[in-house]
Design a protein. Structure first.
Length: 228
């Protein structure tokens, strides 16, 4: 069964990236699950790498870090908790989840915690810069893999596409959400820096390239658009 949100911008070929195979058969699970697992794992490790680079975080991670400082919870626990709260917001938007949604929501944060436990803080700026670049590439490839598996978007990506499907431009929805969490996270003590800008500029285009490379199509057409 495939998620079929209301059509907006269906004419764009990128609509295929939002396909969700909600009830895959065993053959499809075997074909898609490795991409999902590798993608989610890479995403979690890349979040940890961006933290260790200490040059600024992605907007959502600025928010996660700010909440972690206020609540004294681990960053990973906050990522999971926020993801579950965001999933509740899917309900009035009628966004359907898949296996990938559940795996993303429950595991990315704890994988990030594991990454933080094993990735040291580089002492030299050149090494921190290299770690940031690796994090940006890892976030993009990881997102491309897990979304490309067609097994469901993560909580935050799903929120963005669900709102987009109600008639708004993807870039406007994403910008509004990310600016909101960025400002709130900064006020709570999250780290903003040049890395925040580079992540905001770089991850989107690189994710699109990764999606074009790794996406596994779903046979039936859907109408939700991931990008323009």
């Amino acid at each position: 069964m495939i998620d079929r949100p209301s059509p907006q911008g269906h004419e764009h070929s990128d609509a295929r990236f939002a396909d969700v195979l909600q009830v895959p058969n065993l053959r499809e699970v075997r074909r898609r699950f490795p991409l999902l697992v590798v993608g989610v794992g890479l995403l979690g490790v890349s979040i940890a790498a961006s933290v260790r680079a200490q040059l600024g975080l992605a907007p959502w991670d600025v928010f996660h870090q700010g909440v972690a400082k206020v609540t004294h919870l681990s960053l990973g626990a906050v990522i999971v908790a926020v993801g579950l709260v965001v999933l509740v917001a899917w309900i009035p938007l009628r966004q359907h989840l898949g296996i990938g949604t559940v795996l993303n929501a429950l595991s990315v944060g704890f994988i990030a915690n594991l990454g933080l436990a094993v990735i040291p803080v580089p002492h030299f700026l050149v090494l921190r810069s290299a770690l940031l670049v690796a994090a940006i590439v890892g976030m993009a490839v990881g997102t491309g893999l897990y979304i490309g598996s067609g097994l469901g978007p993560g909580p935050r990506d799903g929120l963005t596409t669900a709102i987009t499907a109600r008639g708004y431009r993807l870039w406007a929805v994403r910008t509004t959400i990310e600016l909101s969490v960025l400002v709130l996270g900064f006020l709570l003590g999250g780290q903003i820096g040049v890395g925040t800008v580079l992540i905001a500029i770089g991850v989107g285009p690189l994710t699109h390239l990764a999606l074009r490379r790794f996406h596994l199509g779903v046979n039936e057409p859907v109408s939700e658009v991931m990008g323009e």
